[in-house]
Design a protein around this ligand. Sequence first.
Ligand code: 5GP
Ligand code: ZN
Length: 135
Amino acid sequence: MDCLFCKIMAGEIPSYKVYEDGFAFAFLDINPIAAGHTLVLPKVHVTKLAGLEGEALSGLAAALKRVVAGVESALEPEGLNIFINQGEVAGQVIAHLHVHVVPRAQGDEVCFDVPSIEMSEKEFKEISEKITTAI
Ligand code: 5GP
Ligand code: ZN
């Protein structure tokens, strides 16, 4: 598998590992947007969240919670952003699902301020019904 993150997990490429268990692996992002920026990933190679089932999914969730608790305890950030970039258009560069954990502080350089879009009552209703039906 020609995947950078699979290679990191296999130890073929070095990383600042912070956590590992049977289902998940976590290491520091090499280009952090804040000190302590950590990536948490499932051991199984999937690209999207929907690719995870059963204990692979619950294992990732449990590991994420543990890593977040560790980052909070170790670094005492004022807040955190926890997110997944899924798909190239959303900024996913590495095709191995990973959750970003980014410690935040008042006045830091991290910026997620994006303008909201206008949506009519009709559009809200249609989209919510469409998603509900799909679920
Ligand atoms: P994405 O944009 O796919 O959501 O996030 C990929 C992340 O992986 C980026 O934040 C990037 O800095 C990080 N990254 C890319 N290559 C490496 C690497 O070789 N080692 C580590 N630790 N992180 C990497
Ligand atoms: Zn992979």
